[in-house]
Write a protein that binds this ligand. Structure first.
Ligand code: HEC
Ligand code: HEC
Length: 509
């Protein structure tokens, strides 16, 4: 931890005594009582801070327990450090192919989302937190290609070659195209806005497979940007029953119907020692992960970097890739005379050597689960209150951005965050917003809105939506069609003053 962060953390621990407000922290003067809604992550999971460190704080419960705090700091290091390919070193095990070397490469400050980038796709650019997806646009489920992993790798450790080489041919290109909506990008009072959407192309020359094997022109490429990591422990602590009840209620409503994430069988996919069995999906845009222990972070530690551990002992590659590499003279040299079929067997083996210790992994999960949510701000400001009324009562936003949930009675991995009232502003369900060129996230999970108002301070931008096509909240709302088109219509009719009040509310939560 650097000194500044240490100071910030101390300041938090001493929150009640810390009245010096020079970095703009929420006023935590001991005498002031905050209403429940300020505690976005519940009393146990909220920190009062508004500096650029807002998304990387431990929950008060972690801070208070020396053992957990030590694990948290170790976990933070694991998420921050770049993994390396050399063996027998700290943070070793990278590759043979990988997407990025660390979590922080795509999740800046853990929560401020990566920035919208354009032009040549460069995974070494620290602003670029995009994952690529390559899918078949003609299949009903937009099936992923079997030539690439779900998150195609563009980097490799020599002598291996990446399935997609960013530097071959014209590589991968992101172009942003303008869109004019049904209102001509104009509010009735004359104020205008601009909408843009992405088009992603990959040059066949950048692809390891030749056109006879895999034809890029018969596929589509999408980009998905990071969601916050902070607060995901609290979302995990919401019970499956409450999630199912929310789904039932939406089905009965008819408007904003939502789709529940498919049941995920943890026993079949790697396990969750706390809650074995099946869980409705709640994490990622497509709700493809049902719990944190078998979730996007736990998986990313392995599949983004290809670092193995005792509970993930295969390589994150496809058979098509293994077969291609087995034909590569440089790779054959590495395997010193082994038959190509045996090279494939070795690469596809489910018994690879673990590269990360389970002790490190456990510490990593304490960090992941224990990242606090920043408190809401300025909720008592009359303008913010006006925005709140519009959000709750006039525009129908809460139909999907469900303001609050209560975490389950007994959350085994971190009992202190049980029974908390939290304010994530999401129903954790998927909705069809009928967005232009949405990629695979056509039916997308409602993104939590907590803490987003601090993005400018944390990351210097406020890019939004699953591919970051929106540069601010107004653009994000104007992309809400489909199930949310009534909300958009009502927002469009608001006066300038009311539009500003709504945005002020979004910035406050
Ligand atoms: C290549 C960039 C990239 C890297 C590196 C990366 N992620 Fe992500 N992460 C994403 C994207 C993109 C999403 C959302 C897309 C999706 O739905 O899968 C995401 C989603 C998540 C989510 C889901 C949040 C939610 O509310 O559903 C968590 C948690 C997460 N990542 C944690 C991690 C951790 C921990 C690491 C490091 C081990 C990591 N990620 C590394 C790009 C990345
Ligand atoms: C039918 C459900 C639904 C309704 C109603 C709805 N939203 Fe959303 N909202 C979503 C979904 C789904 C997303 C994620 C879409 C994506 O990323 O492609 C989203 C994303 C957002 C985002 C961007 C969040 C981010 O960080 O990427 C904002 C801001 C937002 N909504 C505000 C609102 C406001 C304000 C209203 C009311 C005027 C509203 N929404 C109504 C479903 C809804």
């Amino acid at each position: 931890m650097n000194n500044k962060l240490f100071l910030a953390a101390c300041c938090l621990t001493l929150a009640a005594a810390c009245t010096d407000d020079d970095n703009g922290s929420a006023n935590t003067n001991g005498n002031q009582e905050y209403g429940e809604e300020y505690y976005a992550g519940g009393k146990a999971g909220t920190v009062f801070i508004t500096s650029s460190f807002a998304y990387k704080q431990p929950m008060p419960v972690i801070d208070a327990d020396p053992t957990l705090y030590k694990q948290f700091m170790r976990g933070e290091r694991i998420s921050d450090k770049s993994f390396v390919a050399s063996e027998e070193m700290a943070f070793s095990g990278l590759g043979p192919v990988y997407v990025r070397k660390s979590c922080i490469a795509c999740h800046p400050s853990y929560g401020g989302r990566s920035q919208r980038v354009s032009g040549k796709f460069d995974s070494n650019d620290s602003h670029n937190g995009y994952l690529l997806t390559i899918y078949d646009p003609t299949s009903p489920e937009l099936a992923l290609s079997s030539y690439f992993t779900g998150m195609p790798q563009t980097r490799a450790v020599l002598p291996f070659k990446p399935p997609i080489d960013e530097n071959k041919g014209s590589g991968i290109t992101i172009t942003w195209l303008p869109h004019t909506d049904e209102y001509g990008n104009k509010f009735p009072d004359g104020e205008t806005y601009e909408l843009i959407y992405p088009q992603v192309t990959i040059d066949q020359a950048a692809i390891l497979f030749d056109r006879s094997e895999f034809d890029i022109d018969k596929h589509k490429v999408g980009i998905e940007a990071t969601i916050g990591i902070y607060g995901t422990g609290l979302l995990d602590a919401i019970s499956d029953e409450d999630l199912r009840a929310e789904y039932q209620q939406q089905q009965a409503r008819g408007y904003c119907v939502g789709v529940i994430g498919k049941d995920i069988d943890d026993d079949a996919t790697g396990g969750n020692k706390y809650y074995p069995g099946k869980h409705p999906g709640r994490f990622t845009y497509l709700c493809t992960r049902g719990s944190l222990d078998n979730g996007p972070g736990a998986n990313a530690l392995w599949n983004i970097t290809n670092v193995n551990r005792a509970d993930r002992t295969s390589l994150y590659i496809t058979r098509a890739y293994a077969e291609k590499m087995a034909q590569d003279p440089d790779v054959q040299k590495l395997y010193a005379g082994l038959e190509p079929e045996k090279i494939v067997d070795s690469l596809m083996s489910k018994k690879q050597k673990p590269e990360m210790t389970m002790e490190d992994y456990e510490a990593f999960m304490v960090w992941h689960r224990g990242l606090a949510v920043p408190a809401a701000r300025n909720l008592d400001d009359p303008k913010v209150q006006r925005g709140r009324t519009l959000f709750y009562e006039t525009l129908g936003c809460t139909a999907c951005h469900r303001p609050s949930w209560k975490t389950r009675d007994s959350y085994l991995p971190l009992p202190e965050i049980s029974n908390q009232t939290i304010y994530p502003y999401t129903d954790l369900l998927r909705h069809d917003l009928d967005m232009l060129e949405p990629g695979r996230a056509r039916v997308c999970r409602t993104t939590p809105l907590w803490g987003r108002g601090l993005m400018k301070i944390v990351s210097g931008h406020s890019d939004k939506l699953h591919d970051l096509r929106a540069r601010n909240s107004v653009e994000a709302i104007m992309w809400h069609g489909g199930e949310a088109s009534q909300s958009r219509e009502k927002f469009h009719k608001l006066s300038k003053e009311d539009r500003d009040a709504l945005i002020k509310f979004l910035d406050a939560i």
